[in-house]
Design a protein around this ligand. Sequence first.
Ligand code: NIG
Ligand code: FE
Length: 427
Amino acid sequence: MSERVQRSSADEWDQLLVGAHIATMRTGGRAYGELPDTALAIKGERIAWLGPTAEGRRLAANKNIDVQDLQGLWITPGLIDCHTHLVYGGNRVAEFEQRLCGVSYEDIARAGGGIQSTVRATRAASAAALQESALVRLRRLMAEGVTTIEIKSGYGLELSAERRLLEVARDLGERLPVSVRKTFLGLHSLPPEFAANRQEFVHRVSGPWLDALAAEGLVDAVDAFCENIAFSVEETRQLLAAAKTLGLAAHVHAGQLSDMGAAELAAQWGALSADHLEYLSASGARAMAAAGTVAVLLPTAYFTLRQTTPPPVALLREAGVQIAVATDCNPGTSPCSSLLTAMNMACTLFGLTPEEALSGATRNAARALGIQNDVGTIATGMRADLAFWRIERPAELAYGLGANPCVGVMYGGRLRGELLRTAAVVR
Ligand code: NIG
Ligand code: FE
C-alpha cells in the first residue's frame, strides 16, 4: 500500500537529487538534522519525497524525471535573513569615520545624524534609485544562499516615503526569485517635523499610516526601535496594540543599547521576535521563552558599533528561547550584506555553535518571521528553497570569513547558479 502511494506520487516528481549530504536542520535527530544516503524529490515548488537513495532511484526509473547526482555537495534549507533594512538612500561612511574618532552612535543620533541622515537621503531618492542600490546588496545575499529576506521600512518616516520603501521591497521580490517579507518600521526615529509633537507622530504611525499601508497589502509585520534614543515602551506598546487589532505580526528592536523592558513587552504582545538583545534580563528571557518570541541576534551590528556587552546567550539557552541570526543590513550599524559573515560573528563574538548559527539562519529565522511551516527546514511538503554548498561539513558555513562556498540556489524548485555545470546530470 505505502509503496503504491509512493509509486503514484513518483509519477508526479519533476526532479530527484541524489548523492548529496542533506542537512535538514530539523531537530531531534543527528547534528544539523543530517540524513545520510538520502534522495530528495521535488514536484513543482515543493519537496515531494525524502527517502533512501536506492529507493528514490528505483521509483524514478524510466520516468520523465531529472535525476541529478550532486557528487558529495551539501544541501541545506535556503538561508533566511530575518532582519534587514535593505532599502535606503545614501550611505553613512562619514559617520563611520566620526565613530572611529571617538564619537558615539548615540551622540551622532542626538545631533541629528545617524538614522536621520539616512532619512534625508532616502526621502530624496526615487524608487528606481532605491531599488538599484538595494539590488546590489540583495544579489550578494542571494549569492550566499539566501532565499527569503525580511525588509524593513523606517527610513521614510512620512507616509509617502514609507510607502515607497515598502513598495520597493515588494518589487524586489517580484524582480528576483527571492521571497520578501515586508515590515513597517514606523517607530524607528522621531522625524524633525514632529520634534515638538511625539504623541502625534506615534498616533499617526499606529493609526492612519499603518491602516493605509496594511490596506494596500504592504505590511506583513510592524517593528519599533524601543530604546532611550528612539521610542519608549509605552509608545512601542501603542504600535503593537494597533498591529494586533489588524491581525499583523510584530518585531521589536529591543535591548540594543540598554534594557528598557522591551523584550518583556514584545513577549507580552506575542511578537514573533525581539531583536538585538545585548541588554536583556533573566525575566525578559523567561517571558520570551514562554511566549515563543524568537531572539534575533545581530552580531555584525554589535561588531560595527564595537560594543562590548554581548547578548546573554547562556541565559537564552537556559530559558529555552529560540535563537536566530541576521545581518541587520543597514547603512549605520551594519553595512553588511553577508549572512555567512553574521553567522561567523555569531560564533566568534557571541559564542554560538556553528549548528546554532545555521539553525539561526534557517529554522529559527523562519520562526522569527512566522513562516516555519513553509521554509527553514527540509521536509516533505516544504517549499523547495534549497542552498547547495561545496563543503566538507556544515560547520564550514560559519567558519569562513569572506568565503562563499555556495554553488547553487534553488527557489521554489527552480535552480540558479553553477550547480548545473558542476553536478553530473544523469539524465
Ligand atoms: O537595527 N537600531 C535601530 N535600527 C538599526 C540601525 C539603523 C541605523 O543606524 O540606520 C539597527 O541597528
Ligand atoms: Fe535593525
